[in-house]
Write a protein that binds this ligand. Structure first.
Ligand code: C2E
Ligand code: MG
Ligand code: MG
Ligand code: MG
Length: 288
């Protein structure tokens, strides 16, 4: 009967839900194990000053070196961490790795600003700024201004007051804060009124079609002006060609990051890349 069919459907739905919940628990358990067993890696992508081609910093990007599946990109596993304690644990692990790396670079006389992506949940933890202060204290060789936090607009949606308070406290510690994927949110403009940030990162979806799409060109241009008006450092992400770099430079964008300059890489490869770039920069205010 129709009634029985309906009941079956409900049952089926419950089974699916239960299965999904079970899968989610298994994935979380696997991720916890990955953290304990040291399967995560931090890769670094260089960022240059378009004025002179100097490497000014790097962005830390997490990967999972999976024993069977190989190197997994963050978007394949970060969603499974959301709203769990693991999200904060992995976040602190990336911060710790990055601080250790900044310390090593400092000891080699290298002044590189390293940016770390902070998940919305992690940033909104009331103790985030205290934990960050403790991590900085544990790395006395690191000037706080060499650390930059990249936050997403979504971190401000649920609790703008908490986000703004945390951002202010982090900046009081001397750490820089930037808005990542700027322009993709619903209230990017309004945010600038409430969130005191040091930098804006123009989302790569706008940069990608810079040379062919008039709207994207106009948007990128507007964000660069906006950054200047608010005293923010502007970085373009997703710069895939030196032509894009030239256009961004022309529009007054100071910093750039993208495959056209360098891909994210493990730190041993970055050391070599830095040597090569210093000797033969592909960009020095114009193509080298
Ligand atoms: P994001 O912070 O906007 O980072 C930029 C992403 O764009 C990186 O992808 C980078 O590899 C990629 N990318 C850089 N240049 C180019 C380019 O020229 N062309 C193209 N097509 N892509 C480019 P990735 O490493 O896969 O990271 C994806 C996102 O995952 C990041 O976006 C960030 O939101 C998140 N993420 C990465 N690492 C972490 C982390 O440690 N913690 C947290 N919470 N999120 C992270
Ligand atoms: Mg980022
Ligand atoms: Mg981004
Ligand atoms: Mg992104």
């Amino acid at each position: 009967s129709a009634k029985e069919q309906g009941k079956n459907r409900v049952l089926h739905f419950d089974v699916q839900l239960a299965r999904r919940a079970q899968m989610h628990r298994e994935q979380q358990a696997r991720l916890r194990l990955a953290l304990v067993q040291g399967e995560f890696r931090v890769h670094f992508q260089p960022k240059i000053d378009l004025g002179d081609g100097r490497v000014v910093g790097v962005e830390a990007l997490v990967r999972w070196q999976h024993p069977e599946q190989g190197l997994l990109p963050p978007l394949s596993f970060l969603a499974n961490l959301q709203h769990t304690e693991l999200d904060h644990l992995l976040g602190e692990w990336v911060l710790t790795q990055t601080l250790g790396q900044i310390e090593r670079w400092c000891s080699q006389g290298l002044d590189l600003v390293a940016s770390v992506n902070i998940s919305p949940d992690h940033l909104l933890q009331p103790e985030f700024a205290d934990r960050l202060a403790a991590l900085l204290a544990a790395h006395p060789g690191v000037r706080p201004a060499l650390l930059e936090l990249e936050i997403l607009e979504s971190a401000t949606v649920t609790d703008l007051n908490q986000a703004a308070a945390t951002v202010s406290r982090c900046r009081e510690l001397g750490v820089k804060v930037s808005l990542d994927d700027f322009g993709t949110g619903h209230s990017s403009l309004a945010l600038l009124r409430y969130l005191p940030v040091d930098g804006l990162k123009i989302d790569q979806t706008f940069v990608r079609d810079l040379s062919t799409d008039r709207n994207d060109h106009a948007l990128v241009n507007a964000v660069i002006s906006l950054g200047a008006a608010f005293g923010c450092e502007v970085t373009a992400e997703g710069v895939e060609t030196l032509d894009d770099a030239a256009e961004l430079h022309c529009l007054g964008c100071r910093y750039a990051q993208g495959f056209g300059i360098a891909r994210p890489m493990p730190v041993d490869r970055l050391d070599d890349w830095l040597d090569v770039w210093r000797a033969h920069p592909a960009w020095q205010g114009q193509p080298g």
